[in-house]
Design a protein around this ligand. Structure first.
Ligand code: AMP
Length: 115
């Protein structure tokens, strides 16, 4: 828990955030400024700054985050229409919050490549 990290505070439910998914290691909640009709952030409870800070020992956790995204996509009825999973990493990756989060985006046709 990093006291100055907004996502650590969300993970410990300091703001009474509605969780779409929760396990002992992971929580998921809606993005405050959604870029698509469905925009959910899946985060580990453990503070990890950047996806580039992870290694093989985090493989199970990262796999569980993808599994959580699949479960949420099904609940949000975007399994058939499709969706996108994104980790932004560092300055050029457009990362704003330095606690890793997997974006789940869907509910509209997404363009490629991203801006
Ligand atoms: P990134 O640019 O990948 O770091 O994405 C950070 C995301 O977190 C953005 O889409 C923000 O809209 C979202 N965000 C920032 N603060 C909050 C918050 N308090 N609750 C929910 N989403 C947030």
């Amino acid at each position: 828990m990093h006291s100055d990290c907004i996502f650590c505070k969300i993970a410990t439910n300091e703001f009474d955030t509605e969780f779409l998914y929760e396990s002992d290691e992971i929580v998921a909640f809606r993005d405050l400024n959604p870029k698509a009709p469905v925009h959910v952030l899946i985060i580990p409870k453990r503070h990890i700054e950047k996806i580039s800070d992870t290694n093989e020992s985090d493989a199970l956790l990262l796999g569980k985050m993808i599994n959580a995204a699949n479960i949420i996509a099904e609940k949000e009825n975007i399994n058939d229409s499709g969706f996108r999973l994104v980790f932004n990493c560092g300055k050029d990756g457009g990362q704003e919050v330095y606690h890793i989060h997997l974006h789940l985006l869907g509910g509209r046709s997404l363009t490629w490549p991203p801006g």
